[in-house]
Design a protein around this ligand. Sequence first.
Ligand code: SF4
Length: 384
Amino acid sequence: MRYIDEFRDGALALTMRDAIARAVEPDRDYRFMEFCGGHTHAISRYGIADLLPPQIRLIHGPGCPVCVLPIGRIDQAIRAALDHGVVLASYGDTLRVPASDRLTLLRAKAIGADVRMVYSPLDAVRLAQASPGREVVFLAIGFETTTAPSAAAIAHAHAAGLGNYSVLADHVLTPPAMHAILTAEEAVPLDGFIGPAHVSTVIGSAPYEPFALAYGKPVVIAGFEPLDVMKAIEMLVRQANEGRAEVENEFTRAVTRDGNPKAKALMDEVFTVRESFEWRGLGTLPHSALRLRDEYAGYDAERRFDLPYVPVPDHPACECAAILRGQKHPEECRIFATACTPDSPVGSCMVSAEGACAAHFSYGRFRHRGPAGPSRLEPVEVTS
Ligand code: SF4
């Protein structure tokens, strides 16, 4: 398939492996963060880290949308479904994120909540149109990539005069999260970012320019295929070697400097920036997420059903917060692959295929660490 097969070519991957090895300076280290969960998944799936010279370390970032959603936001959706009797619709992964009281949205469904999996916000609008006697709430999560379809669905519902559709808007913004990573008290030292693919198709490459200018951190926007990621790593190595800090675009087949003006205008029409928002792992960040504009307040489920946000701490054994800040690796969580697995996730990083823990577990990368690695044999009791 065009634009897929040629970016998964094994022979080319080996050529690029050799090019990266030649570009690396032997007596220095390179620490690059892949911001996006899609890249984390590709790196694990295709074994990209195994192809790199030992001087290069890839660090997972906070770009998996399901992972950064704090427990309190899932609790809000469960309260809407259980206490207010709404039909709660969301993406499949979101329904499996652990919440308070050992619940997930799927477990809430098992005790009587009306929870539906949808593939898009427009599916939820159609659900509302087909159920005139019911309130339908769409739990809208994700970065700028999924914000545009959420905005389109709200504008569509508004134009259709649909009165029984509303949204729990938990959309978050990429640049404030990158800022938080770089300015955290115990910020992990980085030599550059592999910039998001899908997000950048919407916002363009321009929003990353301040990171190159103000923090001296190169950003190379990369597609999700393995050769995209390897090319981006080579570009980052060259910037580091030459002491440059620029925004470069490897994903030129989809990303421009200005992004998608139509999608940005639609997002801006429907959403405005929240004063602050709590992220799992990054804490409460100012101006880092979106809410519905007052003109669309009727579609804001938080206001419509009076659902205040209540923060809830993570499970004490879970290291998702440190993993999302790039400070720990999945294997450093003592319940990784024992009490916490994709079939029975304890933390959000084990839920989605884009989560660092799920990616490591699913592609078995941790098994290659051998006897020196942490034991996977001792089960750990999990209580909450
Ligand atoms: S293994 Fe599970 S509990 Fe541990 S950090 Fe990953 S998701 Fe959280």
